[in-house]
Design a protein around this ligand. Sequence first.
Ligand code: ADP
Ligand code: ZN
Length: 806
Amino acid sequence: MTERFAQVALPLPLADPYRYRIPASLADRALPGARVVVPVRRQEWIGVVTAVDVPVPEMAARDILGVPDVEPALPLPLLELGRQMSRYYGAPIGLVLRAMLPAALWGHSTILLEVVTGSRFRAGGTAEKLLEWLHDRGGSARAEAAAHALKRPIWDVVDRLQRVGAIAVSVVSPSTAGAMATMRVAQIEGTPIPLIERDKRFGRSPKQRALYQALEERGGRFPVNDLLELTGAGPGPLKSLVSAGLITIADIESPRDPFAGDVPPARSVALTADQVDALAALDQIAPGAGALLFGVTGSGKTQVYLERIKLALEAGRGAIVLVPEISLTPQTVGRVRAMFPDQVAVLHSALSDGERADAWRALHRGERRIAVGPRSAIFAPVRDLGVIVIDEEHEASYKNSETPRYHAREVAAMRARIEGATVILGTATPSLESWTRASAANQVVRLPTRVAARPMPPVEIVDVRKAPQVSGVSGMAWTQRLDDAMTATLTAGNQVLLLLNRRGWASFVQCTACGTVVECPNCSISLTVHRHPEMLRCHYCDHHVPMPEACAACGGVTTRAIGAGTQQLERVVSERFPTARIARMDLDTTGTKWSHHRILDRVGSGEIDVLLGTQMIAKGIDFPNVTLVGVVDADTSLHLPDFRSAERTFQLIAQVAGRAGRGPKGGRVLVQTRQPEHAAVVFAAQHDAEGFLAAETELRRSPAYPPHTSLVHLVLSGEDLAAVNARASALATWCERIIAKNELPLLVLGPAPCPIERIKDRWRVHLILKGPPQALGRWVRTAAPRLGGERGGVRISVDRDPVSLM
Ligand code: ADP
Ligand code: ZN
């Protein structure tokens, strides 16, 4: 009998999948798309078969050990999607497939090392380091973690230590079981230790201190795993805190998933004439193609999606609805579930791995026909996919920020072509790319007015350089007009939304004598001022230090906080409106599962008068009693060194303005700015998205930026700046050579330091490739597979169609 071989993709950065022999007993199940258990060095890994009956490998191939599922986990159309993504983004197929299947379906055996107590073995070098490291972890740890921590291969040493009986080695097989239904949380015992006593208490153990403080900052109670990840501490220091009686650890039930229960069924609504027309136009879209549903905020786009999905279900097909962030869009998710009870699987990041795998399996088996979720839901195994809806298609969160750096919109287009589905991109503020593509293909479907003839709220621009300020308010621009408008709104018993897209207390502290700004030692950005608790904190790596009492450079004692953030805004509002009930929504107040939900629920039930926050409050919120929206500082993102900064600013102002006047009471918007003439501000105030798109499209012609050209962003990073620079120059030369050899019409910009020069102790230098998509595609396919992994301490990330160049 001839031997058969399969190609198996592993969730590892390998350019090519490995080949394995298919034992005859597994032949009927080791099909393309199937999960298989295969040996990789000393471990067993779960991989996915990408092809069978491949040529006999040159090296002796090992056997596939098992096939856990009866049916392939990855249906063939999704396997094809994985191949296309791998080519388009230049990402290893194994990493692409890893992103497509729920984490719980992957895995590998774990090798545990344990110190044998009583062993008197003495060693030097790596063996000694390994033993010490294990001792620090309480005697046992995963071999992988050890290799990682010691930054060197450890197998020889492990063998030796095992032979002399100093350590024991055990293997735990990859698990296919789901994750736990309970969660371990750490909690501070009694009143927190006063700050001044902490040096004495923790002087010799900075890890314990970091853990303790991180726990305190998060309200004194936080999931253990998240805490360890946050601080980078091991279980050792945590145990010490427990034995010192400072904290306790308990298993609690996972918080209830608000998307798990029943929903009241939707009331049926009669579509407006515009909605009927839009639905008819969407019905004309050919299978495999897409349309842009361009409708102002509150125009009833969601209702149109729902009706379109209903048509798909009636035709026996399924649907995917993508939303920017599940926790920020509970209302949209709720409406889909209300319309199609029992048909919807909500896939979201707050589910445990096991729960997510369950939702995924329900779709795979065809028990549910509709998947709702963030960008990764584009991979949901919906059967016979008929329609893909991408709500708020302009949102940056549709771009994945690690390999594969895919954009859900691009992947949706690929998947629609493979499965003959229709893509609907919905938004009031289209991205320039979608706008250009859809206009050229004559695929723009409009909803020009709000439902029930509600007017768009009038927007007033307030020039804070000239407008009278309220006296006595320090730290931020607070105009009399905004103050008066709030008084009127609150007196009438209505609600106010205030946007300030900067969290913390203030942007940074500056010495008034010498001008020095306090920066993060690991990342080249200024530290942000926080008040509760009081400290300076890095928004990239979470490095934090106490507020300095004097300038480190000149010793001057007067430092000034500049650029007010949401914490300071909260203080100002509570001083000006002492009886108002205020809620703040930003990354710092929404650390735990469902905290967004709770805040939004309170706004919905009228328990909150003023909701203030960062961009989080600009999305998908529909509250009829919000009659005033204030943009406290429209300029926060206007001058970031990124070609999309104007686009972002426009979208943010237009979206948050769209939250006002959604009910019969109407509403108004006030925008405070120092640049009242900037196009992003002016067009947003006029609710004129098309005007903005036309103006911005012109600005991007020269120098050319998307949509007039396409980009690949190459970021090199490493701890040694000289090494990073050297590699960057070599990479630039190499790029030029590939371009010349293949006669590609591409331009290489750089190398240059990234706008954010350093993140988490790594220096960052970038190159930008510009040119037509076909040529960029060829470059990516040729070059990207050869840039993986870390060499000489330098990593290169390849980002095709970047959303940010920071
Ligand atoms: P968008 O998604 O465009 O922002 P929504 O779909 O949220 O708009 O609609 C705005 C409001 O109008 C919602 O409260 C929604 O329930 C309501 N609405 C939508 N379509 C209709 C309709 N045909 N008749 C009555 N109310 C509608
Ligand atoms: Zn930092």
